[in-house]
Design a protein around this ligand. Structure first.
Ligand code: SME
Length: 160
């Protein structure tokens, strides 16, 4: 078992530097995408506070398909453009949603979710997957979380 630590009480930029270093170390040299996504989901779940879901959706044949995650069982297929994840994938842009109930088309996989951060993972100009984070706390995510997960997405884009 790997034992990575990152103190969530420290300022977020420092926390995300540590999370990124752990994600890099965990996936470096491993070519299997599923193994890497599974370990990344577990790492995020372990270290990032106030989440009720953390994981991946992959772009396959023009739709999003559930990938490795931690949390309750979730919707398996999401059309591009639909919900928070589908919007992030279709636009190729991060979606930071303070109140999921106010987001048109939000897909409620877990009724506990109140806010959400979805970051596209882009390889050679194409969205290949998204990282989806759900929180039971409204407005859980801020621009520093966004920057942290966008940096993580860039590091893992060639490893998933
Ligand atoms: N809420 C998401 C669906 C995925 S689950 O949160 C895991 C959405 O609207 O895209």
């Amino acid at each position: 078992m790997y034992d990575f630590v990152a103190d969530p009480a420290q300022p977020k930029p420092a926390f995300y530097r540590e999370l990124l270093a752990a994600a890099d170390a965990l996936t470096a040299g491993e070519p299997d995408a599923i193994a890497n996504m599974a370990n990344l989901a577990a790492l995020v779940w372990q270290l990032v506070p106030e989440l009720n879901w953390a994981g991946f959706y992959r772009v396959l044949d023009g739709e999003l398909v559930l990938g490795p995650f931690c949390g309750k069982p979730a919707c398996i297929r999401i059309p591009l453009g639909r919900g928070v994840c589908g919007s992030a994938a279709a636009l190729g842009e991060t979606q930071l949603v303070a109140d999921v109930h106010a987001f048109p088309g939000h897909i409620a996989c877990d009724a506990a979710s109140r806010s959400e951060l979805v970051v596209p993972i882009i390889r050679e100009g194409a969205v290949i997957a998204v990282i989806d984070l759900d929180s039971p706390r409204p407005a859980r995510f801020d621009p520093e979380d966004r920057a942290g997960f966008e940096a993580l997405a860039a590091v893992v884009a060639n490893r998933i």
